[in-house]
Write a protein that binds this ligand. Structure first.
Ligand code: SF4
Ligand code: SF4
Length: 730
């Protein structure tokens, strides 16, 4: 029965053929579904409330956070990242689903509040009805297309990302339920239009209209459509209500938890790790009760999309780590424990039964690729740090790592070398380095462990010193007061040693008179820039020195300006302190973004500008900038031997030679990190790339360019007849 109201307004009857008993049953079942939904949502959030307090402030500027999250989620920007198909698919599903949800809510408001409770005339008529029907049909179609794309990717393409240890029935059930809801909605619309004999205005419901015509063509009569409508309507309604009730108990809950996770995200997650609470409670991961509410929310927000797994260099090199599995192993254990379906067990252990194996966590390179790829802002490294701290606390670390800790405790450097030898690398320079402890300097140069003690990286340190010298920069170093910066042992879980090292440096900095800190190593740069200013040394320092009080040198928030050397030298190149004209070198290179400089701290251009300033032709590897692929040295990887296939460094060198547009014409692989230098020099040997490519630091490239410039200048100014070149007068 089509309702063309007495007023001539256009609408449709919502409970057509359902009858008053059916309508009452529907309301009853709806109330049950909503109560089950609310109970489930309450249960989830009540569980988060039982998590420990999170280290970071996550509710400041809540309206700003919600607006930013709405933009991230609404734009689907994270889904589009590196995956156009996935972005379109999710955008169609998201916007289609949201529109259908809003449309259904509007209808409920009209029927139950506006009309029944307030006694007003329905607004679900006339132009509103027509516009409503058109929008619902169009966006509903988008929804069905999106779900169809998901089904195609899942079952036809069989995208490897969508299969894993924790994927299965609920993922299949979720996508099929969405599909049946979308298609079922159109099916009952088509039956209604056919059953009401094609009211002209229903052409706005163009998908339903098309379906009705198709059914008519197939031979269905209006009477048959009317009697089938009842069955179709109830099937659709029961599936929709069951779906609503199911949401908090399975994968569909990500529609709520993911948004909450994006709202409460820490924009500096990973680059600054959680500190240790003053009461020393819940520092590690002795039990699942130690995890913070945000870490529990992270687990529930995971959509199992596998984007983190796909970019993880540890997984790619066959180390026993899949970041998705770690998050979901913790979730499954928590849920099983809460449900009484498992016995308590160690969260992490070396051998024996545990939730996570130590070899899993020691495989992590702390490269942050997983966090960058995650569309719902899961902060893997916060949970991983908790696991690592537990592992370190239990003594479950490799002997090579123990040696590093021992060296640091005894000598303050990872090499176990005498502190007095720390500045020996500078002996070969033909100028003296200033001691930043003895007089004011503009730049306090933190040289770092590898440039101080490792033979290959000492050359880089000398190149950089030469650059500072030639640019006429006021700089000085700490000599034997410099120790290891602590960045990577913190990421391995050695928090207290880290605090000691950081405390030492903060005290040393306070003794000096300088304007900025400049670091050779992106790892030092990261921790000094993002972590030192936030550390609460509390009881762990004899003389707590935080927060910094350092007149004239600290930013308003108490932090000091910390720079990576490429940022300083790039400014000096632009100020023409070196006189480079960009033609000095004439070969082809590629550049590897170090994780701690690029993904961690968003510095992609300074090193590239420096490379271009030399005249070299820079070709990008496919994985560049924030998509860069870790060298394998981060997170303690530098000090641990893994069985890998292939080694990340070898894979990266292969990429440089085979996947850049220049192919094997790439002569040099340029780095801006001492750890990368070490890893790639090793990969060059083990991967048999020695005859094919050379590893150089940006600083060395600049020195080579300066030398080429000097040769050229000498040749153009040499006296006539000296056999070197012609004179300027010529
Ligand atoms: S930080 Fe890097 S190595 Fe560790 S899990 Fe994430 S992607 Fe993998
Ligand atoms: S952690 Fe993030 S990227 Fe990884 S599977 Fe879960 S939602 Fe996807």
């Amino acid at each position: 029965m089509i309702v063309l109201q007495a007023s001539g307004e256009i609408t449709r009857e919502t409970f057509w053929t359902i009858g008053p008993v059916g309508e009452a049953a529907f309301y009853y079942l709806s109330a049950v579904a909503i109560l089950v939904f609310l109970y489930g949502v309450y249960g989830r959030f009540a569980r988060y409330a039982r998590g420990t307090e999170d280290w970071f402030e996550r509710f400041d500027d809540l309206s700003g956070r919600v607006a930013a999250a709405a933009k991230i989620v609404g734009s689907n920007e994270k889904q589009f990242d590196r995956d156009l198909y996935g972005g379109l698919m999710h955008a169609f599903i998201f916007w289609g689903f949201l529109t259908l949800l809003i449309g259904t809510t509007i209808l409920a408001i009209d029927m139950d509040i506006w009309t029944k409770a307030l006694g007003q005339g329905s607004f679900f008529v006339g132009d509103f009805y027509l516009a409503y029907s058109l929008v619902m049909d169009a966006l509903g179609l988008l929804f069905v297309v999106g779900v169809g794309m998901a089904l195609y990717r899942r079952y036809a393409v069989r995208n490897h990302r969508l299969r894993g240890k924790h994927t299965g029935f609920e993922d299949d059930a979720f996508v099929w339920t969405l599909f049946l809801l979308g298609v079922g909605g159109y099916a009952i619309e088509a039956l209604r239009i056919l059953g009401t004999e094609f009211p002209r205005f229903e052409t706005v419901s163009f998908v339903g209209w098309f379906g009705a015509r198709a059914l008519q063509t197939a031979g269905m009569s209006p009477a048959a459509a009317e009697s089938l409508y009842w069955w179709g309507w109830w099937s659709h309604a029961l599936l929709a209500l069951a779906f609503i009730a199911w949401i908090p108990y399975a994968k569909p809950f990500h529609m709520i938890s993911s948004f909450a996770n994006v709202v409460t995200r820490d924009e500096r997650a990973g680059r600054r790790l959680p500190g240790v609470p003053a009461d020393l409670d819940h520092v590690n991961a002795e039990s699942i009760d130690d995890f913070s509410w945000k870490e529990l929310l992270d687990q529930d927000a995971c959509t199992k999309c596998g984007r983190c797994s796909a970019v993880c260099p540890a997984k790619a090199s066959d180390r026993p780590l899949d970041p998705r599995d770690v998050i979901l192993d913790l979730k499954r254990y928590r849920m099983d424990l809460d449900a009484g379906e498992t016995e308590p067990m160690p969260i992490i252990a070396d051998g024996g039964e545990s939730v996570i194996a130590t070899e899993t966590m020691e495989s992590c390179m702390a490269c942050m690729a997983c966090m960058d790829a995650c569309p719902v802002e899961i902060e893997h490294l916060n949970s991983f740090t908790r696991l690592n701290r537990q592992m370190t606390d239990q003594g479950d670390v490799r002997s090579s790592m123990q040696d590093v800790f021992g060296n640091l405790m005894q000598k303050g450097n990872t090499f176990g070398e005498a502190p007095r030898k720390r500045a020996d690398w500078a002996d070969e320079l033909d100028f003296d380095l200033a001691d930043a402890r003895e007089g004011p300097v503009e730049y306090l140069w933190y040289v770092g462990d590898y440039p101080s003690y490792d033979e290959r990286n000492k050359k880089v340190a000398r190149s950089l010193a030469t650059l500072f010298e030639r640019a006429g920069v006021s700089y000085g170093i700490l000599f034997d007061d410099e120790k290891y910066d602590g960045n990577d042992i913190r990421r391995v879980g050695e928090e207290f040693l880290y605090l000691e090292l950081a405390g030492h440096h903060v005290e040393s900095f306070e003794e000096c008179d300088f304007s900025r800190i400049v670091c050779t190593d992106p790892h030092s740069y990261n921790t000094m820039k993002n972590e030192y200013p936030e550390i609460d040394f509390g009881e762990f320092a004899d003389d707590p020195v935080m927060p910094f009080e350092y007149d004239g040198h600290w930013n308003e928030d108490g932090s000091v300006e910390v720079l990576h050397w490429t940022q300083v030298i790039e400014q000096l190149v632009r100020a023409e302190r070196f006189g480079l004209d960009g033609t000095e070198l004439d070969y082809t290179v590629t550049y590897h973004d170090p994780c701690h400089l690029g993904r961690y701290n968003d510095e992609y251009e300074a090193p590239r500008e420096l490379i271009r300033a030399t005249g070299c032709e820079l070709y990008e590897m496919p994985r560049n900038r924030k998509d860069s692929f870790c060298c394998g040295g981060g997170g303690g990887g530098l000090w641990i031997d893994f069985e890998e296939d292939p080694k990340p460094s070898e894979e990266r060198l292969r990429e440089a030679l085979e996947d850049t547009a220049a192919g094997d014409a790439v002569e040099k692989f340029v780095v801006a990190c001492p750890m990368c230098m070490t890893m790639y020099e090793d990969g060059r040997k083990t991967g048999d790339f020695e005859d094919e490519i050379e590893i150089v630091d940006v600083a060395e490239l600049l020195i080579e360019a300066l030398e080429a410039k000097e040769v050229r200048e000498r040749s153009t100014t040499a006296p006539e007849g000296d056999g070197v070149g012609s004179t300027a007068a010529d």
